[in-house]
Design a protein around this ligand. Sequence first.
Ligand code: SF4
Length: 364
Amino acid sequence: MKYLDEYREADAVMKYAAMIKKITTKPWNIMEVCGGQTHSIVKFGIDELLPKEITLIHGPGCPVCVTPLEQIDKAIELASNKNVVFCSFGDMLRVPGSKKDLLSVKAEGGGVRILYSPIDALKIAKENPDKEVIFFAVGFETTAPANAMAVYQAKQQGIKNFSILISHVLVPPAIEAILSSPNNRVNGFLAAGHVCTIMGYEEYYPIAEKYHVPIVVTGFEPVDILNGIYICIKQLEEGRAEVENQYSRVVDKAGNLHAQNIIKEVFKIRNRKWRGIGEISQSGLGLNDNYSEYDAEIKFNLNDIIVDEPSECISGLILQGIRKPFECEVFGKICTPEHPLGATMVSSEGACAAYYKYRNKMKV
Ligand code: SF4
């Protein structure tokens, strides 16, 4: 398969692993921001091909994992309303809220629907004028354009029984939060290729300069990731801190301007709370004033909910790269994909789920 097989080719993988070994003289910590890259790393054993000086740290780039407990509880409250059809991507249904999850609400007869696109929610709204249809708008810059388009079309078409529950977060402020933390131990970043497909990578230049850290836009296949690590280590060994693009077959510097325009039309940047991490200034999206009638939190007058994370779950530390999943005491014991205690075990991009699925030796 063109553009896939050649990026999984064993000879190329071993060639990059050897090149990395050859240039590495010191210990370096590299963070892959995206959960999709974490899954590739664990699935293909990429970390085990690296010299012992290099540590890969898994970052907070899993949209399901970073959706705050409060937003899950709000989703459950909305989905429990008999007049509501609550629409969501499937991954969100098993994420534990403080008392139950959306799947339980569905099992109890709640109007929960699994969708692949927010535009489908709009269609359901048109077909069910007597119901309120709400879409759970979660994710990074990658899902924001489609969610923005659904709201834009709702306004254009005068659809009043549609709204979104928003939990949109942005990658660059999270990178800055990690770099400015006193606990930071990251020397270089692999930036998520699909986020840069939308946003380009110019916003990384000031971060690389301010914190003197290399940021390499990287794809998702084994050769991509090893190539990204090689570029990053080369910069570190040479004392450079630049933004480079490993994923040029997909990403260009400016990104997708049409997607950026629809995001700007519908959303504005605001503070957001990240599950397990806390609030990060200017790290998320909310609806612009022109579109506030489509904000489910306003429409349904949802009060702020304050809840504590379960004490046994250390997913906040895992999302910041401070701990690895197998360092959690309940990993594989009372926390499994069938009975998850935290979102990082539920999501298909979650770090705990990746280790559970691919590292059998760590299962209990
Ligand atoms: S193994 Fe389970 S409890 Fe531990 S950090 Fe991961 S999700 Fe949380």
